[in-house]
Design a protein around this ligand. Structure first.
Ligand SMILES: Cc1cc2nc3c(=O)[nH]c(=O)nc-3n(C[C@H](O)[C@H](O)[C@H](O)COP(=O)(O)OP(=O)(O)OC[C@H]3O[C@@H](n4cnc5c(N)ncnc54)[C@H](O)[C@@H]3O)c2cc1C
Length: 499
């Protein structure tokens, strides 16, 4: 066991950890030692082959197939320097005031406070609207059909620079066009003196001490800068940024269930995919995969529709059915249009993270009738969009037959129904993991205060998506960064005050 001394240790290097590292980096010039410990490896230019299964294995926890305890859904989260920002799609939305004020209602957390933080990262990470000429046909069909039906599609701002339209954002960008924390914030932090330690898994937190193991490199990635083995790292402050599954799990493993809400109130925007087959080839693989969304059914039904593009293996495993129908659809891959249906779930105490005897996270997530009704609405409206776009036939979950043909378009409400929505038989996935260490100003209800300080634990902070007291209702990474920025400010404040 090696013993080291640092002033600040940050655990996890995703949207939260990368942001905190960059914000605290100027302290290195004052002689402070800061370490950013990351379980995953560092990806260099030559490490990304864009091969679907290979890259899923390299980037994701359990190749992207982490399941809930009921095995009804999967969770996508990355293990890499840059965390899930390495594989995210880069759609960049600001937390709506309405969610902040009504659904979150955290005293002290106001839009006046958050606005400049959002503006900082919108600029730093190059968020902008893509020129319309760069939008591919899969996206364009959605936009045109929404307009035809009288819906109001919106364009996603994205955070790319010199994008070559490879379309494989979710396998990690092979040309680093997406401006994740591994491209923007972490290199800046390193330049200023923050030490980034890859393949360093934090096993336990103690008061002013982090216990970690440096692992041998995997998948041909570069080795950790620290020799393999066990470490005891003494530190003045610890900032947990391991994400909405691993931060609550680490706290539970380290301190037990010290708060009744720890690990609870987890939300994740559960999502499923619909596919339409056109009778001609459409450009679906080249270009940014996600250009538009439709919020028309958000307020009334709690469901959001987004364009999307699943790679062949992922698509095949997300179809509801087996055999010749699947082969038939997959053989027309370059004729396919896709839509993602996301439901805006609400924080409930029964949904959350616990740990097993070894301290590994277990995710508990149950759907209620409101969630299922939201899914059904989203599936029906997506089916309408497909047929308005001119699809020949579609594949929709919650339907008895594998295909719905264009001639059946008038019967969508009968064909897609709740009796056919069979949990465990259909593929539901989530990439927006939120909550578990919810913030708030009432220590009876919240794990941290509104600045990320863990209640009852000195020198311990949380700065990642686990802080969300409820779902964000929009794609969450910018909100994670804005909150992490605020936590970094609190750390600096506490230092100055000698707290
Ligand atoms: C496929 C995909 C697409 C997405 N697309 C979008 C999008 O377009 N727009 C959007 O807003 N959001 C998107 N998201 C969500 C977004 O990426 C996350 O909300 C955000 O990255 C969460 O930030 P975080 O810091 O909480 O966690 P993460 O970014 O997941 O970072 C957590 C890090 O902690 C590390 N870690 C965990 N445990 C330990 C440990 N014990 N020791 C050391 N390190 C540890 C992990 O390896 C990981 O690197 C997407 C996510 C995925 C997976």
């Amino acid at each position: 066991m090696r013993t080291l001394d640092y002033d600040i240790v940050i655990v996890g290097s995703g949207a939260g950890g990368g942001t905190v590292a960059k914000e605290l980096a100027p302290l290195c010039q004052k002689g402070m030692r800061i370490a950013l410990l990351e379980w995953g490896g560092r990806f260099n230019d030559h490490d990304n082959t864009r091969s679907e299964v290979e890259m899923a294995q390299k980037y994701y926890f359990e190749s992207g197939g982490v399941q809930n305890s009921g095995q009804e859904m999967t969770f996508a989260l990355a293990k890499a320097v840059g965390g899930s920002t390495t594989v995210y799609t880069g759609t960049s939305l600001v937390l709506p005031d309405e969610i902040l004020e009504k659904k979150w209602a955290v005293p002290g957390l106001t839009s006046v406070d958050l606005k400049p933080r959002f503006q900082k990262y919108l600029k730093e990470n190059n968020v902008h609207l893509l020129d319309k000429s760069l939008i591919n046909e899969n996206n364009q069909l959605f936009y045109n059909a929404c307009n035809k039906l009288g819906f109001k599609p919106s364009q996603f701002p994205v955070n790319v620079k010199n994008c070559q339209g490879l379309g494989t954002c979710n396998l990690g960008c092979a040309v680093h066009a997406k401006q994740g924390t591994h491209v923007v914030q972490i290199p800046s932090a390193e330049k200023q003196g923050v030490e980034v330690v890859s393949f360093c898994r934090v096993d336990k937190i103690e008061e002013n001490c982090v216990r970690a193991t440096v692992l041998p490199p995997e998948h041909g990635l570069e080795a950790s800068p620290w020799p393999c083995g066990e470490y005891s790292i003494r530190t003045k402050k610890i900032i947990l940024c391991a994400g909405a599954i691993h931060t609550p799990a680490l706290l539970l493993k380290s301190f037990g269930s010290f708060h009744h809400a720890l690990g609870k109130y987890f939300t994740c925007h559960p999502a499923l995919i619909l596919v339409a087959q056109h009778d001609r080839e459409i450009n679906n693989t080249f270009g940014h995969p996600k250009s538009y969304y439709c919020e028309d059914f958000m307020h009334s039904h709690g469901v959001l529709l987004e364009t999307c593009m699943y790679f062949p293996f992922t698509l095949a495993k997300n179809l509801v059915g087996f055999g010749p129908d699947v082969d038939d659809l997959m053989s027309h891959f370059n004729h396919l249009q896709m839509i993602l249906v996301l439901i805006m779930d609400h924080a409930r105490k029964e949904n959350g993270i616990t740990i097993d005897r070894q301290g590994n996270p277990i995710i508990h997530y149950k759907f209620n009738s409101q969630d299922i009704a939201a899914f059904i609405k989203g599936i029906r409206e997506s089916a309408r969009i497909f047929f308005a776009a001119g699809a020949k036939r579609i594949h929709a979950p919650a339907c008895k037959s594998f295909f719905i043909e264009a001639r059946q378009a008038a019967q969508l409400d009968q064909l897609i129904n709740q009796e056919e929505f069979k949990l465990g038989k259909m593929s539901i996935a989530s990439a927006h993991l939120m909550g578990g260490c919810r913030m708030g100003e009432n220590p009876q209800e919240a794990i941290t205060d509104s600045w990320g300080r863990v209640n009852g634990k000195k020198d311990l902070y949380v700065a990642d998506a686990s802080l969300f007291p409820n779902s964000s209702g929009v794609n969450p990474y910018l909100t994670v960064m804005a909150l992490a920025d605020r936590v970094a400010e609190a750390v600096i404040h506490d230092y100055r005050k000698g707290l």
